[in-house]
Design a protein around this ligand. Structure first.
Ligand code: PMP
Length: 433
């Protein structure tokens, strides 16, 4: 299979180059290849599989829809399954936001939701430009890629929107302002404030600001909650719709059902995909009704009525709620971070362990080189790749991310157990040392 797919598939194929296996079975955190080898999957479909592979409630939800003979493809017609999904999702929104929120079902991928949100805020405000952040990732379609501040993802292609202003993200380990921690982050806020209030800056108020509260592909970087609150009040003050991209962070991944709950703020526009489809493709935009200036049919798309995905999404949200998975995620996340910090103490190749909930990054650095004046060592992407390979040999699947592909990213299913966390750290520790 591998050779055939290598021959037929685009040169952009990625994971099989580093992890040459042919998948056969998945169950919880475990996957098996056709040769019977077993792996612990901390990639989880790029953070999609909140309940792991083939969770019984997901399988049952699919079976129930199939047995009911509901049309599987329904455009935006009303269905009981869609109703259940909306009710389930809205039950998780904070009260004030819920009472005035509208939902838009988009195409299957996260980037579809990003594109819809862009169009929404541009229509609602009549403005053109957008604010985004260094290191952020929002997808591969032209609009989403234009907002992506992760230069690695752009691979030097030109994008369709050139009126995107990139602002500094509080990446304290490699701080944009040469000043770590919250102080550096607040300097970023002053910079944004200046840009918005200074008529000489040449920057007109944007149609919106798009933000990940924990940068995922950018290297598992959580923004400090004080910084998030400052961003929220700044955008309110300047009447800039705040688009919170929770495509990766949503549904409990960070130890709260939505990452914005950590800072006790509400977005104007909320983007969800990945876990919200409960293993199947789905994306939605949830937004304040005041932005709903669209006329009927102003935004459509063929695959916005995937009944299987709505059923598995609703079943996943229900399971998360009934089994206190969010609190479990927080607990497991803390344990994993603690144990990875122990690994850090025993090696010289880890610069920082960070994250929120079960969205954790380990920054691989080169301590043979001189550190900068803040004591930060240069990134070591080659070593990161080697560690990923060693993990794979030991049956552990990890993703790399970050500005320089030097961050080992841990995104295990939220249902990961205590014992599985021990096993993950054991294998990672052996691979690093
Ligand atoms: N936003 C964020 C925060 C993401 O992590 C991703 C995917 N990694 C996307 C948008 C794009 O989603 P998709 O790949 O489904 O288009």
């Amino acid at each position: 299979y591998l050779a055939n797919q290598e021959k037929r598939e685009s040169n952009t194929r990625y994971y099989p180059r580093h992890m040459p296996i042919v998948l056969k079975e998945g169950n919880g955190i475990k996957i098996k290849d056709v040769n019977g080898n077993e792996y612990y999957d901390c990639l989880s479909g790029a953070g999609t599989l909140a309940l792991g592979h083939n969770h019984p409630v997901v399988v049952e939800a699919i079976q129930k829809v199939l047995d009911s003979k509901l049309p599987l493809h329904t455009l935006d017609f009303a269905t009981p399954v869609k109703d259940d999904f909306i009710e389930e999702l809205f039950a998780h929104l904070p009260d004030r936001f819920r009472s005035r929120a509208k939902i838009l079902f988009c195409g299957p991928t996260g980037a579809d939701a990003v594109e819809a949100a862009l169009k929404l805020v541009k229509t609602a405000t009549g403005r053109r430009s957008l604010f985004s952040f260094h290191g952020g990732y929002h997808g591969m379609t032209q609009g989403a890629l234009s907002l992506t501040g992760n230069l690695h993802a752009k691979q030097r292609v030109s994008t369709s929107m050139n009126d995107v202003h990139f602002l500094p993200y509080p990446y304290s380990y490699r701080c944009f302002f040469g000043q770590g921690g919250l102080a550096g982050a607040q300097t970023g806020i002053h910079y944004i404030q200046q840009v918005l209030s200074d008529p000489e800056s040449g920057i007109v108020p944007p149609a919106g600001m798009i933000l990940e509260l924990v940068q995922g592909e950018g290297g598992a970087i959580p923004a400090p909650v004080e910084w998030i609150r400052s961003i929220r009040s700044l955008t309110r003050q300047h009447k800039i719709p705040l688009i919170v991209d929770e495509i990766q962070t949503g549904l409990g991944r960070t130890g709260k059902f939505f990452a914005f709950e950590h800072a006790d703020i509400e977005p104007d526009v909320l983007l969800l995909s990945k876990a919200v489809g409960g293993s199947l493709p789905l994306s939605v935009v949830v937004y304040h009704e005041s932005l709903d200036v669209w006329t009927p049919g102003a935004h459509d798309g063929t695959f916005r009525g995937n009944q299987l995905a709505m059923a598995t999404g609703a079943a996943t949200m229900r399971f998360i709620e009934e089994n206190h998975i969010v609190a479990h995620t927080e607990k497991m996340g803390q344990k994993l971070q603690r144990q990875l910090m122990d690994v850090q103490k025993a090696t010289r190749s880890i610069g920082e362990v960070r994250g929120r909930g079960l969205m954790i990054g380990v920054e691989i650095v080169d301590q043979q080189q001189e550190p900068d004046q803040l004591g930060t060592y240069p990134a070591h992407p080659r070593l990161a790749r080697q560690i990923q390979k060693e993990c794979f040999k030991r049956g552990l699947i990890l993703e790399l991310g970050g500005r320089n592909e030097c961050v080992a990213r841990f995104l295990p299913p939220l249902i990961v157990t205590d014992d599985e966390i021990d096993l993950i750290t054991d294998r990672f520790g052996q691979a690093v040392i």
